[in-house]
Design a protein around this ligand. Structure first.
Ligand code: E4P
Length: 217
């Protein structure tokens, strides 16, 4: 499973790259706004750092506007993926952009049939939001299972980006289901490393190391 960071924070991206576990980045208007920095400045920095797919979101409501914005965004780098909302107008834009060779990521997907529509429209990626479903007492992970089954049933090439991830169990379950990608906040990525027995084990080994004679370091 590929790991994407769901962020506009360049320092987080640098850290994940250093760890060697970062395959791509997703952004949205909220995440960019959180940085407090000018859009173009942040995006250019992200694109300089990341070789993998970087999703940048359109904000128009109509297909024509989305396509125009998508074309502009795609000019910023070969690895730009244009994020399009799951609406009828959005699906018109997906078909046009994909036909021009511009990859799309259909966002704000909350049902299996929405994901099916995105795949039929030819989207490169689809982003089912699991945390926001959990927030309203729906089973976010069931959505991922259903989308995976549907895509397997019909051999769709559209890749599943598990989005709106809140904690490491979401990442684990997404991997067990076989989702292609999990995009997560930096805090969740950091937690994936953690286990109390690892910390305890390191402490114990270091304590015992003090007793070892003739140490080379
Ligand atoms: C996905 O691409 C979205 O940016 C993101 O996962 C939304 O997550 P949220 O529900 O935490 O805002």
């Amino acid at each position: 499973m590929q790991f994407f960071l769901d962020t506009g924070n360049v320092d987080e991206i640098k850290q994940a790259l250093e760890w060697g576990i970062l395959d791509g980045v997703t952004t949205n208007p909220t995440l960019i706004a959180k940085t407090g920095r000018p859009f173009m400045e942040v995006v250019k920095e992200i694109l300089q750092l990341v070789d993998g797919p970087v999703s940048l979101e359109t904000v128009s409501r109509d297909a024509k506007g989305m396509v125009e914005e998508g074309r502009k965004l795609a000019e910023l780098g070969d690895n730009v993926v244009v994020k399009i909302p799951m609406t009828p107008e959005g699906m018109i834009a997906v078909q046009e952009l994909e036909s021009e060779g511009i990859p799309t990521n259909v966002t704000l997907v909350f049902s299996p049939t929405q994901a099916l529509i995105a795949a039929k429209a030819g989207a490169t990626f689809v982003s089912p939001f699991i945390g926001r479903l959990d927030d309203v007492s729906s089973d976010g992970m069931k959505l991922i299972r259903d989308v995976k089954t549907i895509f397997d049933n019909y051999d769709f090439d559209t890749q599943i980006i598990v989005a709106s991830v809140r904690h490491p169990m979401h990442v684990l379950e997404a991997a067990l289901i076989g989702a292609d990608i999990c995009t997560m906040p930096f805090e969740v990525m950091k937690k994936l490393f953690q286990h109390p027995l690892t910390d305890k084990g390191i402490e114990l080994f270091l304590k015992d190391w003090e007793k070892v004679p003739g140490k080379p370091f």
